[in-house]
Design a protein around this ligand. Sequence first.
Ligand code: CTP
Ligand code: MG
Length: 220
Amino acid sequence: MHAVGIVAAAGSGLRLGADVPKALVRLAGRPLVAWSVDALRAGGVDEVVVTVPSGCRDAFAAALPGDVRLAEGGASRTASVRAGIDAASPGADVVLVHDAARPLTPPDMVRRVLAALAAGHPAVVPVLPVVDTTVVVDDDGVITGAPPRSALRRVQTPQGFDRAVLASAYAALAADADLTDDAAVVRAAGVAVVTVAGDERAAKVTVAHDLALAEAQVGR
Ligand code: CTP
Ligand code: MG
């Protein structure tokens, strides 16, 4: 089974607020994107494509091993992943789509996603339980409902797909569609998505506090 990894790294990182694109922000001295590429490879991914912000190709090339392919991302995560799929070798059997912003993803979690694909599932996402009470609010912030927590999950990456299934789901999607993950893209095409256990260590770096937590994790 030949696996290609697509690392979505073309965001700017507005919520983190650094002076460089978030994927180039350093964790223990190394850019987040370099950690994320390493995590995929350590978990068994054979080749990696990284989607980069426009105008940043040189900075990303300097931050990554020479055999990583770079593709220019788009205005939304969905557009960036679409560009990554187009740049990946058509010979791959499966695709793992990963956020550059999840630098400390354990290789075992990547292997769980690959194992479920090898078992024949066309779409696989790692998830975690929801530990806080979770509510729905109206426009004024007043609680209108509280869905039962036992059926809720937090979704992480890497998300794994049969390559042809993912490519045709993206091809069927409106050109300006903007979905928050790739499971949503294949679900829109009617594909069943199974879940495997995620890992708290694969948390996404979104705000400054997340980076501080990641630094503490590396220090351990
Ligand atoms: N991403 C991307 N292309 C975009 C937007 C996001 O490839 N146009 C990537 C980011 O680089 C990140 C991942 O998608 O690795 C998850 O997105 P998020 O955490 O929201 O990152 P940013 O969009 O960069 O951050 P923010 O929303 O705070 O600006
Ligand atoms: Mg974003």
